[in-house]
Design a protein around this ligand. Structure first.
Ligand code: GAL
Length: 670
């Protein structure tokens, strides 16, 4: 388990580098990530390369016993390049050019940018192919950051026409698949197809979905070209990419097969404010939401079922959320432990030193702008000191996550309150509040999908686009003894984003043993309750009235026009069973239902955990992480490796016991 940092030596005088690198080594750091936005420094004019400064920085890192992680610099091409070849720039949907002067504005389909990318990546790869200090690479930076997965330039228009031609062969097949008879949206040739431009009413949902797929494929292809160049030069390098949190525009699982492992960039106090429903609590402003951060860890681990890296870990206060509070004391070390508990093998803080120029001056580093240690430096030092080597996480639960369902449900959300990630988290959070590890994995048939029989329980919160092949794989899993908990909006549509002719869950109706008679979306303020196991619970936003066929009824609506109708059913199918939950469950109900599903398959778990405390088992050890400020008492048979039996605000304990042997309760402080 390693701690590292991101360093921009080019921002500082070279006579400072030795002191900086020595201080990194003193803190116990093992990786230094560099060169990320360095194209302008490395190639100040076309064909004139200056790598000497980077050579020197890498040598210093090696001298201090650390390894370098390099980044391809393609997120920020130099000015001269864009002046020479202005058509490398992306365009917005309305045709507005995305300009130089920031980052990530270049088009994945621009033949000119592909050429330039190949040229520069080749030069970097060649330069460091024989340098043992370079452990591996990160391609580019955060593909899609600043809403740039989808571009609408002429190169994309041409590439999209080719993409449609290849996928459908015949334009009538496309018209048919999309359902273009609606509003006379038939095409008479592939040449007439454009990217979806602004329209008075919404665009056609099937056209949008295919455009999103096409844009995603463009990123996969662009990344693959970079990976191939790097691997060709040195096959021992690892190659990864730093993905983003709660980010739905890019399907990381589609890029995963080309990478050795996935990485992501974790900024807990920002994410709790800018990509999640609800107002962040005081504790979330100080430490973030454990399930929001955890679900991203589990997504980037789950895509390949391999340890992942946190390539950028929040180092202190940041500059981009609505407000930028200082993290709570301990939070910077807590985040590293939490990542490791969820399967990270390395956590690299972003950045080494608060920068004096440019867009991110209000973003902390491990060191202050004057170079002296900041709060995060102490956190990194603590984490580096406390971490120890571990085997990978072995999760008993799979949560099926298909990014195409995120796109489709957001194209037609049916209520402003729909949030794909929030709805997933309603189910995932209930698993985590029982201390159980879950892999977020792509469903059968998607790139890098696992065999489901590796899991005791499969949770499928919203498999919205469901074709016969996916239904067959799930049918087989259940028939062979598997247990699945399906969530609302499952099986409504085919892969073209068109409703099935049969009622939801379409081709899965026999496995679920029930169908959806009606669905409704509901705003806050309308009573939304149901009865489960003798208790009345809340749900929110979405409700389906179920018609059981073979299935038995587990929960019934208790309010509104649906009162008395089934809301949750369970069906025995073959040797297994399928539970269908037709609502977005509120936490109390999700916890009760998920607890019963876990118990039905004997998954080892804790009692329901208090507040923002979470437990996670890895390699026989259990991490107790407290993202809240109320202390908890921990009772376990094993030794405490980190911390002790009282875990206070934003603190952690690691104990040598399996999770079901650990008892966690609010501390009695009186
Ligand atoms: C990330 C990005 C970094 C830096 C950081 C600031 O999204 O990859 O380059 O901008 O945010 O928090």
């Amino acid at each position: 388990m390693s701690i590292g940092v991101c360093y921009f030596p080019e921002h500082w005088p070279s006579d400072r580098w030795r002191e900086d690198v020595a201080a990194m080594a003193d803190a116990g750091l093992e990786y230094v990530r560099m060169a990320e936005f360095s194209w302008g420094r490395v190639e100040p004019e076309r064909g004139t390369f200056d790598f000497e400064w980077l050579d020197e920085a890498i040598d210093l890192v090696a001298e201090h016993g650390m390894a370098a992680v390099l980044c391809t610099p393609t997120a920020t091409p130099p000015k001269w390049l864009v002046d020479e070849r202005p058509n490398v720039r992306q365009r917005d949907r309305d045709g507005t050019v995305r300009n130089w002067g920031s980052r990530r504005f270049t088009c994945f389909n621009s033949p000119a940018y592909r050429e330039e990318t190949e040229r520069v990546v080749e030069r970097f790869a060649e330069r460091y192919a024989d340098d043992p200090a370079v452990a591996g690479w990160q391609t580019d930076n955060e593909y899609g950051c600043h809403e740039t997965v989808r571009c609408y330039c002429d190169d994309c228009a041409n590439a999209f026409r080719d993409w449609c031609r290849e996928r459908y062969g015949d334009v009538d097949a496309l018209n048919d698949a999309w359902g273009n008879a609606f509003w006379s949206q038939q095409y008479d040739s592939f040449a007439g197809i454009d990217p979806p431009r602004p329209t008075p009413a919404e665009s056609h949902p099937s056209r949008l979905l295919d455009y999103y797929r096409f844009a995603n494929d463009s990123v996969v292809d662009y990344n693959r070209e970079q990976v191939e160049i790097l691997r060709e030069r040195n096959d021992d390098w690892f190659v990864t990419h730093n993905f983003m949190g709660d980010f739905g525009r890019l399907d990381a699982a589609a890029l995963a097969p080309d990478l050795d492992f996935l990485s992501w960039d974790s900024y807990p106090t920002g994410f709790a404010q800018d990509r999640r429903q609800g107002r962040a609590s005081v504790d979330e402003l100080r430490a973030g939401d454990p399930d929001q951060v955890g679900m991203n860890h589990d997504r980037y681990r789950g895509a390949l079922r391999e340890p992942f890296w946190v390539m950028e870990q929040q180092p202190g206060d940041v500059n981009w959320p609505p407000t930028c509070p200082q993290p709570g004391a301990g939070a910077m070390a807590l985040w590293a432990h939490h990542a490791v508990a969820h399967g990270a093998d390395a956590v690299l803080y972003f950045r080494w030193r608060r920068c004096r120029g440019g867009q991110e001056q209000y973003h902390a580093g491990l060191r202050k702008a004057d170079g002296s240690p900041d709060r995060g430096y102490r956190g990194a030092e603590t984490a580096a000191d406390e971490l120890f080597d571990l085997d990978a996480v072995d999760a008993p639960v799979a949560v099926l996550q298909n990014t195409e369902d995120c796109w489709a449900t957001h194209i037609q959300p049916h209520t402003p309150d729909w949030d794909y990630w929030g709805h997933h988290r309603a189910h995932y959070g209930a698993v985590r509040r029982h201390g159980v590890q879950a892999d977020l994995v792509p469903p059968p048939g998607r790139p890098s999908a696992p065999a489901l029989d590796e899991y005791a329980l499969v949770v499928a919160p919203a498999l919205h686009l469901l074709d016969d092949d996916l239904a067959a794989a799930l049918r087989e899993y259940v028939a062979d003894g598997g247990h699945v908990l399906f969530g609302a909006r499952t099986g409504f549509k085919d892969r073209a984003n068109k409703l099935h002719e049969t009622p939801a869950p379409g081709p899965l109706a026999d496995v679920v043993g029930a169908t959806v008679d009606q669905h409704e979306s509901l705003p806050e303020g309308v009573p939304t309750t149901l009865e489960y196991d003798g208790d009345v619970h809340d749900y929110r936003t979405w409700a389906e009235w179920l018609d059981p066929d073979e299935a038995s009824v587990r929960a019934t609506y208790d309010s509104g026009t649906a009162a008395g109708r089934p809301a949750v059913t369970t069906n025995e199918h073959g040797d297994g069973r399928a539970t269908y939950c037709g609502v977005w469950p509120a936490p109390e109900f999700a916890d009760a239902l998920v607890r019963d599903e876990l118990d039905a398959v004997d998954v080892r778990r804790t009692d329901r955990l208090p507040g923002a405390v979470r437990a996670a088992e890895r390699d026989g050890y259990t991490w107790v992480t407290n993202f809240g400020s109320d202390p908890v008492a921990v009772d376990a048979p094993g030794d405490f490796i980190v911390g002790d039996d009282r875990v206070g605000a934003y603190d952690v304990a690691v104990v040598g016991s399996p999770v079901d042997a650990v008892d966690i309760a609010p501390a009695d402080d009186e």
